[in-house]
Design a protein around this ligand. Structure first.
Ligand code: COA
Length: 631
């Protein structure tokens, strides 16, 4: 059964890029052992080492699987793409909100009234249409890598999926369908008071002007107010577990009316959610929460359709942003699109809107549903489950203001690696140990490249964080500084390996899937406790930088974990930390406080060390040694 129905991939920019490599087997196995040794008990590690050595032995299972992967690489554009997509997204049965879909949070908009909000929404739709036209004309400038290994062109495929994808729920696995551009839809679905409307953006072969869109949105608002009762909040079903939604969808599609409505949603270019005021203080944390889950059925949680890739949220209270179904593209592409929209909204003077053409258009259709008792019960159950998720999410958006990227660059180290090491320090301060950590590393240097993992909990990071905490009195500043540099170097080297296609997570997944395809018994390396633990990412991190005023956020990927998205700016860093209240060991506020403390301590260490270096030689003796407490 094809999981990814790809209908529009040929002849694109990515064809000139190299294919993702398959790393050498022994290299991956060595890196794997190094990445887990300090995270598991000694006895467990001994067992793991023996298992890994057997797997990698000449003539062993590992070599056979490696040969299969190398053949797959020859035959496919990207050998890991489908494996990764299924493993990361499509096989995951958890609800999309919080667990999977990231969001961009815009600054609070100063709407005076609903008309202001609808004007903003109309302009936003025009921005979407402008961006889509650029994509359709293939006129988007090719992205080039910045930072590490800067200058190489990046694969643009993810952009082509922004408005053409839809994730269908399945009983065991979902399907991501990507429409061909020629079949491009010409309507947006507008969600308003939990009802769904079809907003055609083209009438008589001509795209609607901004005033025409505004007129249509006003009609939608009016209709939704008049027909509030008797409309089942169908959107709630899409917030449910994927298997539950698949079952409900199967029941719904028995009726032609529902099939027609679903088809219109599934083939739209995006969803515009006109949200009611949520009644909360519009601070960063609350705005992030509203983007991630809409506040549950009592607020705007049913005013969503989570399967659709792009949902643009315009709250009447000025709380706005974008929430994305993650499987077709990464956060970086979502940022590029969001920034285009914000720039578009800022640049178009309101006078232009008034002077643009206006036609009398038929009012947008409201989607109809045939909803029996069984479906109503399913909607109710989905609403309860969403409420539990809403009540469970512990979010803390924190802006660290003491310094940003520029200070770190002055230390002549990679800002990303520095921040990763600071997050390891924060975790250690909270829990006295390090845990398996995920940092997304883009592999867009390759055809159809998505991401691999940088395992940031390196042994070098452990040595550094110990010298800053448990063993702080036994290490001099000079030694601490040496450990800081070593941990940043280890992190930077891992980053370079991962973005060059030499990460280990994709490779190990490929070997596992190859064994499955050969109908082999699962090799012991993959059933080993260490492998299972090392894939349970208690700390899930990602850098999502922006140039406009906005930030990205997402939820934890495991029940006892943290999601930590960060946005480094010149003189500050925005951290969005999430965890679940139900887990008693995690607390976003505690993590944020440790992060703040750790970042300040690292700066003090760097400053003391550079002051020591610049002091005359005869006074250097005191500076390189940490003052021992009580002396
Ligand atoms: N001295 C001084 N400056 C340095 C430096 C050093 N030793 N090392 C790096 N820098 C500079 C870089 O030149 C760059 O400068 P710029 O801001 O002018 O471009 C800046 O610091 C940032 O570089 P760095 O911090 O090393 O990070 P990066 O930009 O290479 O990013 C990753 C690293 C892993 C985040 C990036 O490769 C990546 O994969 N990003 C995608 C993540 C992703 O997919 N997120 C979304 C998931 S949904």
């Amino acid at each position: 059964m094809p999981i990814l129905e790809k209908q529009a991939a040929d002849g694109r920019d990515s064809q000139v890029l190299p294919k993702v490599p398959v790393p050498p087997l022994t290299q991956t196995l060595d890196m794997y052992l190094k990445s887990v040794q300090h995270l598991v008990k000694e006895e467990q590690f001994k067992k793991t080492k023996a298992i890994v050595e057997k797997f990698g032995a000449p003539g062993g299972v590992g070599e056979a699987l490696q040969r299969k992967l190398l053949k797959r690489r020859e035959k496919t554009t990207n050998w890991v793409y489908d494996y990764w997509l299924e493993d990361m997204y499509l096989n995951n049965r958890l609800p999309l909100p919080v667990n999977s879909s990231p969001a961009m949070v815009f600054p609070k908009q100063p709407f005076r009234d609903r008309t202001d909000a609808l004007r903003f929404a109309a302009r936003l739709i025009c921005g979407v249409l402008e961006y889509k036209a650029l994509i359709d004309k293939r006129a988007l400038p090719v992205d080039f890598a910045r930072g590490q290994l800067a200058g190489t062109p990046l694969c643009m495929e993810q952009y082509y999926r922004l408005f053409t994808s839809y994730r269908y729920p399945g009983l065991k696995t979902d399907t991501l369908r990507v429409n061909a551009a020629s079949k491009a839809p010409e309507h947006v679905i507008v969600a308003c008071k939990n009802q769904f409307f079809v907003l055609d953006v083209v009438a008589n072969d001509k795209q609607l002007s901004e005033v025409e869109i505004l007129g249509q949105l006003e009609k939608i608002m009016k209709t939704s107010e008049n027909s509030k009762d008797g409309c089942p909040p169908m959107g709630l079903l899409t917030s449910d577990g994927r298997t539950e939604w698949a079952r409900a969808r199967e029941a719904l599609t028995r009726d032609q009316v529902n099939r027609d409505s679903l088809s219109l949603i599934e083939n739209c270019l995006g969803v515009l959610c006109l949200d009611e005021p949520c009644g909360l203080q519009p601070n960063d944390t609350n705005r992030a929460l509203m983007m991630l889950h809409g506040g549950g059925a009592e607020k705007n949680g049913a005013n969503r359709w989570y399967d659709k890739s792009m949902q643009f949220i315009v709250g009447m209270d000025g709380i706005c942003g974008v929430v994305c179904e993650h499987s077709p593209f990464e956060g970086i592409v979502m940022v590029q699109c969001s920034e285009h929209l914000i720039k578009y909204i800022k640049k178009t003077p309101p006078e232009m809107v008034k002077s643009s053409s206006f036609r009398e258009l038929p009012p947008p259709r409201r989607l109809q549903w045939k909803c029996d008792h069984q479906t109503q019960a399913l909607i109710e159950a989905a609403g309860h489950r969403l409420q539990r998720l809403v009540d469970n999410l512990d979010m803390d958006v924190f802006t660290f203001k003491a310094y940003g990227k520029e200070y770190i660059k002055k230390q002549k180290v990679s800002p990303d690696a520095f921040i990763q090491v600071a997050m390891q320090l924060a975790f250690y301060k909270c829990r006295g140990r390090l845990v398996s950590t995920y940092e997304s590393a883009s592999i867009r240097r390759f055809q159809d490249g998505r991401v691999d993992n940088i395992r940031s909990a390196t042994p070098e990071a452990l040595a550094f964080v110990k010298s800053m905490t448990d063993e702080r009195d036994t290490f001099s500043d000079l030694e601490k500084m040496k450990r800081l540099k070593e941990s940043i170097n280890a992190q930077t080297n891992y980053t370079i390996a991962a973005i060059s296609g030499m990460g280990i997570d994709n490779h190990l997944l490929g070997l596992l899937r190859s064994a499955k395809e050969l109908n082999m018994e699962k090799p012991e390396i993959f059933s080993d406790e260490t492998y299972v633990t090392s894939n349970h990412f208690i700390l899930s991190t990602s850098q999502v930088p922006t140039t406009e005023e906005m930030f990205c956020c997402y939820g934890p990927v495991v029940p006892n974990g943290y999601g930590a998205c960060y946005n480094p700016q010149s003189d500050h860093i925005i951290f969005c930390v999430s965890s679940f209240w139900e887990d008693t060991e995690t607390s976003s506020a505690v993590f944020v406080s440790a992060l703040n403390e750790g970042l300040l301590e690292i700066r003090e260490l760097c400053n003391r060390s550079s002051a020591a270096v610049s002091k005359p030689a005869d006074s250097s003796q005191g500076a390189s040694h940490a003052p021992k407490s009580g002396k």
